[in-house]
Write a protein that binds this ligand. Structure first.
Ligand code: BES
Ligand code: MN
Ligand code: ZN
Length: 493
């Protein structure tokens, strides 16, 4: 889809849909007034009769006299100026109008909301992101499509003045972000018989091939044995699909500049292993690779925006299954770091693959390492679906991530990594156990990871609650791609 900002006369533009956002109260602005005049006063008549509750509903006029657009949509658009969250909601409503079937070309006039000035580029990004996300449809496994695909191809946003270039840059950023979010959603929505470790490896090679500056390399189980990743390999032992250790490198920064590392949990299906999960809702454990998916999406967006950064992405991709070869509760394994782990619960597998990935990443001498994982059900209990859990051994990194999440409407909330929690991981037989009991489950999981990340600034995002929606809107959300992209944009300056 193409989305551009420029000045135009709304009355004479030939488009399938022209959306005019009208403020809750006060007089019409210049854009709305000129359109009203061209239409013989139709807009002011509608408002006068109270036919458009000006806050939150919409009214469509087909073939409006004096106006070239095939359809004019009036959208009651709330307060002036809108707060950030009000604008984000408005962007979503605009998107749902424009992504309706049958609309190929559209134009958008925000009457009374500035797209120039300081807030212009940010607002443009929100609009483009909402539109891009609105175009996502996952129907490749439906033999009868129950919904026509949106056909939107071209949108023009009314903007004038010297700021138009900055607004267009904001639109480009929002579209690139939506691409990354939608890539993460697609990978999360794919069924686990398709999206297995080998499939993720193929997608990584494909993405690298299609993306300038991005390369991909995949290590197989033989190489992981040579690297002594005993912890990671214990998770994949019961699966018929061999583990794939995916490494992608994006080189947009100065040669030799320390990279930012993203490590994504890629459990393509988490049955729990021998510590088998209950049957109800087990299908949702196909989402246990959403950390990996968010790394794919973030890389795709970072590369599309040509961010002047070096990024290394590590994705340990495995399937956690029970079998005669599966790891047992009670088994003791040796991680790549040399630390030994008593596996008391095979369902606490995320930390077992991440610890080896977090040791492996040391060789890149990264300036920061961020792991992203659907790590614990306890995090969903603690924070629900609203915020990702953030754990970090570095205050500067933590506040950068929190700030990025605020700005991108993809919030995280910081949680502790105190010694007292770490003590819950004591084992009678090995250096540590892989679980620390029910209490503070998301914190003890993070404390486990912290034992492997002492050599660099590190943050862990537990996205168990934020990566997908349950219920009737079941599906991957693409979070925390917005947070990560915003963080990287700020790092890029
Ligand atoms: N993938 C799950 C965590 C999860 C649970 C994500 C619910 C999304 C929704 C993880 O591997 C897991 O099973 N964690 C266990 C840890 C426990 C055994 C200490 C959990 O949360 O129950
Ligand atoms: Mn598990
Ligand atoms: Zn898991």
């Amino acid at each position: 889809m193409e989305f551009k900002a420029r000045a135009f006369n709304p009355a004479t533009l030939k488009v399938d849909a022209l959306v005019l956002v009208i403020p809750t109260k006060g007089p019409l602005g210049t854009l709305a007034s000129s359109l009203d005049q061209a239409g013989g006063g139709v807009i002011s008549a509608i408002l006068k009769n109270g036919e458009l509750g000006r806050n939150g509903n919409s009214l469509a006029l087909y073939a409006p006299a004096g106006i070239e657009a095939r359809k004019l949509v009036l959208l009651g658009g709330g307060e002036r100026p809108p707060s950030e969250s009000q604008f984000q909601k408005l962007a979503g409503r605009i998107a749902s109008q424009l992504t309706a079937p049958g609309i190929k070309s559209a134009a958008l006039c925000l009457d009374g909301i500035e797209v120039a000035g300081r807030d212009g580029p940010w607002r443009a990004t929100q609009l483009a992101r909402a539109l891009g996300e609105g175009l996502y449809l996952f129907d490749q496994f439906k033999s009868k499509k129950d919904q026509p695909r949106p056909s939107l191809a071209r949108v023009t946003l009314h903007a004038e003045g010297r700021d138009t270039a900055a607004v267009n840059a904001g639109l480009d950023k929002g579209l690139a972000l939506a691409e990354g979010i939608n890539l993460a959603r697609e990978l999360g929505d794919l069924p686990p018989n398709v999206c297995n470790p080998g499939y993720l490896a193929d997608r990584a090679r494909e993405l690298a091939k299609a993306t300038p500056g991005l390369s991909a390399k995949v290590l197989g189980e033989k190489q992981l044995e040579t690297l002594k990743m005993g912890s990671l390999l214990s998770v994949t032992a019961g699966s018929a699909h061999p583990a794939q250790f995916i490494i992608m490198e994006y080189k947009g920064g100065a040669k030799g500049a320390a990279p930012i590392a993203l490590v994504g949990k890629g459990v393509t299906f988490d049955s729990g292993g021998i510590s088998l999960k209950p049957g109800a809702g087990m299908d949702e454990m196909k989402y246990d690779m959403c950390g990996a998916a968010s790394v794919f999406g973030t890389l795709a967006t970072a590369a599309a925006l040509k961010l002047p950064l070096n990024i290394v992405a590590i994705i340990p991709a495995v399937e956690n299954m029970p079998s005669g070869n599966a790891t047992r509760p009670g088994d003791i394994v040796t991680s790549m770091s040399g630390q030994t782990i008593e596996i008391l619960n095979t369902d606490a597998e995320g930390r077992l693959i991440l610890c080896d990935a977090l040791t492996y990443v040391e060789r890149y001498k990264p300036k920061a390492v961020i792991d992203i994982a659907t790590l614990t059900g306890a995090c969903v209990i603690a924070l629900g679906n609203h915020a990702s859990g953030l754990f970090s051994n570095n205050d500067e990194l933590a506040s950068a991530l929190l700030g990025a999440g605020e700005d991108a409407n993809d919030r995280a909330w910081r949680m502790p990594l105190w010694e007292e929690y770490d003590q819950q991981l004591k084992s009678n037989f090995a250096d540590m156990a892989n679980v620390g009991g029910r209490n503070g489950g998301s914190v003890t999981a993070a404390c486990f990871l912290a034992r492997f990340t002492k050599g660099y600034p590190w943050a862990h995002l537990d996205i168990a609650g934020t990566a997908w929606n349950s219920g009737s809107a079941k599906g991957a959300t693409g979070r925390p791609v917005p947070l990560l992209v915003e963080y990287l944009c700020r790092e890029a300056g």
